[in-house]
Structure formats: C-alpha cells, structure tokens
Design a protein around this ligand. Structure first.
Ligand code: FAD
Ligand code: NAP
Length: 308
C-alpha cells in the first residue's frame, strides 16, 4: 500500500511526486509511456522560468532526476480503472493492481484528430501529430500545418528548419497563438498562410501524401494544393476514460477540481492538462502538482489522526 499513487509522469505528476516524497510519503508514479509526457514532443521550451531555453526531453530528465533523489518509485503500467474504496483506493493497471491512500490523476491530454478523409489512411505516411518526431523526414519538402493555436504555430516554426515551405492552414483569419509566436511566424519567410480554410480531404498515392483539398467555409470555394506532409495541431482531448465511472469528469471530458486540486472524492486529486482550467502549460501543471503533493500529505495526516 502506497501513501500516494500518481497516474502519469508528465511535469504535473513528477512535481506532485517530488512534493509528496519530500513530505516523507511513500510515492509510486505509474506511466504508460516515457516520463516527461508532452514535454517529450516539444523541441524547445522557452517559457519555463530559470531556463532561457531548454529541450523538452532534457527538462523531462531533470524533473525525473528530482523525483529519484527523494525515493519516488516509477513503474511502467497503463492504468485502466480506479475504484474508490474510501480509505483504501484501488488502481487497476494493465500489469498489476495497486493500493493507495491517495491518488493524484495527472494523465494529461492527447492530440485531437481532424476527422477528414485520408487522415487515417495516410497517418505515418505524411500525416503526423508530432513535428519533433517526424520533422526530419521532410527535408526540402512542402508541408502543411493545420490549426491556429500555440502548438500549430510553434511547430510550424520548428518545421522550417527542415522543410522548404510551411503553410499554416487555419479555419479563421486570426491566430489564437501567443503574440510572440505569431510575430515569429509572420517574419519567417518560409511560412505562408491559408486563411479561412478547412481541410476536406488528404490525398496521396498509395504510400504518401501528395495534396490536400481545401474549402473556404465562408464562400464554399474549394481548391487543391500540393503537400508532402500534413502536421495536425487542432487541440487536445483529456485522458479521462479510466475515471469516468467515478463521476468526477465533466460533460466536456475534463476533471473539475477546486483550487486545492481536490475532486469530489476525498483523497483523489487531479492536476495538469487533464483538469478543467484556463491555461495548459508546463508551469501550470507544475503549480498544480505542488499543491496536490502537499494536499495529499495533509489528507493522510488528518486521516491518520482520526484513525488513532
Ligand atoms: P502530460 O505532459 O500530458 O503528461 C501526462 C502523462 O500521463 C503522459 O506521460 C502519459 O503517457 C501518462 N498517462 C496518460 N494516461 C495514462 C494511463 N492511463 N496510465 C499511465 N500513464 C498515463 N507548454 C509550455 O509551457 N511550453 C511549451 O513550449 C509547450 N510546448 C508544447 C508543444 C506541444 C506540441 C504540445 C502538445 C504542448 C506543449 N506545451 C507547452 C504544453 C505542455 O506540454 C503541457 O501543458 C504539459 O505537458 C502538461 O503536463 P501534464 O503533466 O498535465 O500532462
Ligand atoms: P488549442 O489552443 O486548443 O488550439 C487549437 C487550434 O486548432 C485552434 O486554432 C482551433 O481553431 C483549431 N481547430 C480546432 N478544431 C479544428 C478543426 N476541427 N479543424 C480545423 N481547425 C481546428 O490547442 P493547442 O495549440 O494544441 O494548445 C493546447 C494547449 O497547449 C494550450 O493550452 C496551449 O497554450 C499549450 N501550448 C503551449 C505552448 C507554449 O507555451 N509555447 C506551445 C504549445 C501548446 P480556433 O482558433 O478557430 O478555435
């Protein structure tokens, strides 16, 4: 039995682990992929205080080292379901079953799909959701990036180091991304824009993408433009499927907490991108994690007094 089981070892989960372990609690982090979460898919992080710029995987390893220093255990497992047994909570992983006094949910979110014809069939053959993973395959090629948020604009800039041309396809005529990213994109001569454009179909020969069919939703005009690759950044879906039976997930799929990261179930907390919140960043995930780590300590302390 652990004092705290943390589900997900992104920046949120690793910070919660650090805070809980420094309060002398026994802490297990369960991670289905690589520790670091979305940071592993980010080339450069420029808005994490203390680092002028740091590679996402490097920041991941530094955060992990911090948890190891204080004895946090890390296991590779995928959590499928949790059960609220009151003072003892059950976590069902694919590999093992675990017991905990408290649970911190830090499962983050995954990229959304566009849901257009050709997206599925050319996935991995020109359609990608990760510039850091696949960008280098497109040296001197022409790429499209779909979306107008931070991810689309930042990754479009990143892709210009490989591609000969990057076109950002956005469904409106103004970007949602931070101003500094917008300015960089507007000033980058390899980047151009298709405004008021949605993708209707991604086309190709059998093995690779060759073009996309665009439509202007304002006047319904269509055109086909050539492309060797399409990078899709149209937002995120929270990973909450293992927790739906607990009744803590809102209608849009996010987990609602109070400012102490408490869900409606005592001893179960949610932090980071999976939480209903206004800003999804490394800094905000880390902030949530520190609060939850501390709250888990208080909860265990208060409940052990009651049980004495
Ligand atoms: P995540 O980082 O998503 O980590 C969640 C972890 O939980 C993952 O490792 C996942 O494998 C694991 N997990 C999920 N389900 C399970 C399960 N059932 N069982 C076990 N493990 C599970 N933010 C910035 O501040 N600066 C940036 O420059 C920046 N760039 C970004 C670029 C891109 C392309 C993207 C997509 C995001 C970027 N962000 C950036 C946002 C930032 O990465 C996230 O806000 C942050 O990583 C959220 O942290 P988290 O710990 O909540 O979740
Ligand atoms: P996002 O902010 O939700 O933006 C999604 C973009 O995709 C929006 O421009 C949206 O258009 C567009 N879109 C949504 N559905 C679409 C569809 N079906 N067809 C076409 N376009 C569609 O998502 P994100 O950019 O992935 O960012 C997610 C979170 O990570 C944010 O909190 C962001 O701040 C954070 N992040 C931060 C950084 C950084 O700090 N450097 C970098 C990356 C991500 P509309 O604008 O019209 O809605």
């Amino acid at each position: 039995m652990y004092d705290v089981v943390i589900i997900g070892a992104g920046p949120g989960g690793m910070t919660a682990a650090l805070y809980a372990a420094r309060s002398n609690l026994s802490v297990l982090m369960l991670e289905k992929g690589l520790p670091g979460g979305q940071m592993n898919n980010t080339a450069e992080i420029e808005n994490y205080p203390g680092f002028e710029s740091i590679l996402g995987p490097d920041l991941s390893m530094k955060m992990l080292a911090g948890t190891e220093k204080f004895g946090v255990e890390l296991k590779h497992d995928t959590v499928e379901k949790i059960e609220n047994g009151g003072s003892i909570k059950i976590i069902n992983g694919l590999n093992e079953m675990y017991q905990a006094r408290t649970i911190i949910i830090a499962t983050g979110a995954v990229h959304k799909m566009l849901g257009v014809k050709g997206e599925d069939s050319y996935s991995g053959m020109g359609v990608s959701y990760c510039a850091v993973c696949d960008g280098a395959f497109f040296r001197n090629k022409e790429l499209l990036v779909v979306g107008g948020g931070d991810s689309a604009v930042e990754e479009a800039i990143y892709l210009t180091q490989f591609a000969s041309k990057v076109t950002i396809v956005h469904r409106r005529d103004t970007l949602r991304a931070q101003k500094i990213l917008q300015e960089r994109a507007f000033n980058n001569e390899k980047i151009s824009f298709e405004w008021n454009a949605v993708i209707e179909e991604i086309k190709g020969n059998q093995m690779k993408v060759t073009s996309v069919q665009l439509k202007n939703p304002k006047n319904d005009q269509s055109k086909e433009i050539t492309a060797d690759g399409v990078f899709i950044y149209v937002g995120l879906d929270p990973i909450t499927q293992p927790f739906t039976s607990l009744g803590i997930v809102n209608d849009n799929g996010w987990i609602r907490t109070d400012e102490r990261m408490r869900t409606t179930i005592p001893g179960i907390y949610a932090i980071g991108d999976v939480r209903e919140k206004v800003l999804r960043q490394v800094t905000t995930a880390v902030g949530d994690g520190s609060i939850a780590g501390q709250e888990a300590y208080k909860y265990i302390e208060e409940n052990s007094k009651i049980n004495v």
